[in-house]
Design a protein around this ligand. Structure first.
Ligand code: F1P
Length: 298
């Protein structure tokens, strides 16, 4: 079994452990009312996007998400939260160096890093640290670190993660359908916070399996992207299925995948699919093409 597959299977336990950290780390995470920017690169940026939607919906305060390289310096935030498994990603470190001691209208901007590896330079660049070292990975492609971050943040927003954990256990045990394994193309769709999950699903399939994937907000899919769907192609909806979308996909001859389970747990099915497709095509999911664990620019 690949290391990636082994790590994928540990997610339910990792999520429970992440949720259990909240009493210890709550003070390092955004307080209610703070105006927050969440930043990251790749998978970590997609988790930031999901968290931003969830935090605003929970009424905890304005929350924006940015790719670290696209941070809008000059905007007024109370806190910047950086998500990074490696703690070495150049764009994230550069951002944290630049915002050190920066003043907003309500005082000095605080910074938090949510990381997997505490033996990295990022620990000296932030005010507050949350370490999920138990979820760090040997695998280049991220699975359990990213989802554990979201499990932690969802719990901090007051959500009980137990139903998602139960869905995750089912997602790990489920047999993947041959239709999915043999599909030629995947359009991943989401609404609200599950749009970040759809982005991550697309990235995972590209990284691990070199698959042809696209990701859209579910209601945007009908505004053009649906023209890609057809026989042997999948439209995969995370979370709520927009009204009428089942009929629209059926008319294309494509296959709709909409489990209705927790979107974070449904992502596990995509992670497993990515590994299975990679292996079926003679690729090793542990050594993805053109990728390194972290992008360190010189
Ligand atoms: C971010 C990241 C990964 C991506 C690739 C390169 O890493 O972009 O999401 O899959 O491995 O690095 P990090 O900042 O979370 O360590």
């Amino acid at each position: 079994m690949s290391i990636t597959a082994e790590e994928i299977a540990t997610q339910p336990e990792c999520w429970e452990r992440a949720a259990g950290l909240i009493p210890e780390v709550a003070g390092s995470l955004p307080a209610t009312g703070e105006k927050v920017a969440v930043v990251g690169c790749g998978t970590s940026w997609f988790m930031a996007q999901s968290y931003a939607v969830l935090r605003e919906r929970a009424g905890r305060g304005v929350t924006d998400a940015f790719a670290a390289s696209e941070f809008p310096y000059g905007r007024d935030y109370d806190r910047i939260v950086a998500i990074t498994r490696s703690g070495t990603t150049t764009e994230v470190l550069e951002l944290l160096r630049k915002v050190r001691g920066m003043r907003g209208t309500r005082g000095t901007v605080r910074t938090t890093a949510v990381i997997g590896d505490p033996d990295t330079p990022i620990v000296d660049l932030v005010d507050d640290l949350v370490v999920l070292d138990f979820a760090d990975e040997k695998s280049v492609v991220q699975t359990r670190f990213a989802t554990s971050v979201l499990a932690l943040l969802r719990t901090h927003l007051g959500e009980d993660i137990a139903p998602a954990v139960a869905d995750a256990r089912r997602a790990i045990a489920e047999v993947l359908s041959p239709d999915l394994l043999g599909a030629e193309q995947f359009s991943f769709l989401g609404t609200g916070w599950s749009y970040g999950i759809a982005l991550e699903a697309g990235l995972k399939m590209r990284e691990a399996a070199g698959a042809w994937t696209e990701s859209y907000p579910a209601m945007e899919y009908r505004h053009g992207p649906i023209s890609i769907t057809g026989p042997n192609r999948i439209a995969w909806v995370f979370g709520d299925l927009p009204e009428g979308l089942d009929g629209d996909v059926a008319r294309t001859g494509g296959t709709l995948e909409a489990s209705g389970t927790d979107p974070l747990a449904d992502l596990i099915r995509v992670q497993r699919l990515a590994v299975a497709i990679a292996e079926a095509n003679g690729l090793n999911p542990d050594t993805p093409r053109n990728l390194t664990r972290s992008v360190v620019l010189t």
